[in-house]
Design a protein around this ligand. Structure first.
Ligand code: DQA
Length: 138
């Protein structure tokens, strides 16, 4: 079982970026504990601030992954192209957001991804990634 995690723009700054919203742990630290929690699952992680790189990675790992966890960050709310990329692949994609996008600014309430993904987890902090892994494994 191989699950790929893709994080979008500014999520490389987790740990220092608005800790009151996103917490104080870096994703690299969290990813280590995630791998320990699922020792029999192959987990890979990619982050980019560049929209096209996220699309390329989504297409690429869809060929080898059994499931994908996608936090497209701000591109969630702007990118028709990322939504199209999710539609174009057969691998199930779970949309994850660390913060509760529905409790924030109105422009964050719309996602170009949700309708294309198998489901969405929003507002449960970094734990959302773990819950998405559990879902995809099941
Ligand atoms: C986010 C929510 C987005 O609205 C925001 O642009 C992000 C992070 C989240 O994980 O809560 O960068 O996707």
């Amino acid at each position: 079982m191989h699950i790929g995690i893709i994080n979008g723009p500014n999520l490389n700054l987790l740990g220092t970026r608005e800790p009151e919203v996103y917490g104080s742990q870096t994703f690299e630290e969290y990813f280590e504990t995630l791998k320990q929690k699922f020792p029999t699952t192959e987990l890979s992680y990619f982050q980019s601030n560049v929209e096209g790189e996220l699309i390329n990675k989504l297409q690429e790992i869809s060929k080898t992954c059994d499931g994908i966890i996608l936090n497209a960050a701000a591109y969630t709310h702007t990118s028709v192209a990322l939504g199209d990329a999710v539609s174009a692949i057969k691998t199930p994609v779970v949309e994850v957001h660390i913060s509760n996008i529905y409790a924030r600014e109105e422009y964050r309430h719309h996602s170009f991804l949700t309708g294309k993904c198998v489901g969405v987890i929003s507002g449960l902090g970094l734990q959302g990634y773990e819950l998405a892994v559990e879902y995809l494994k099941a």
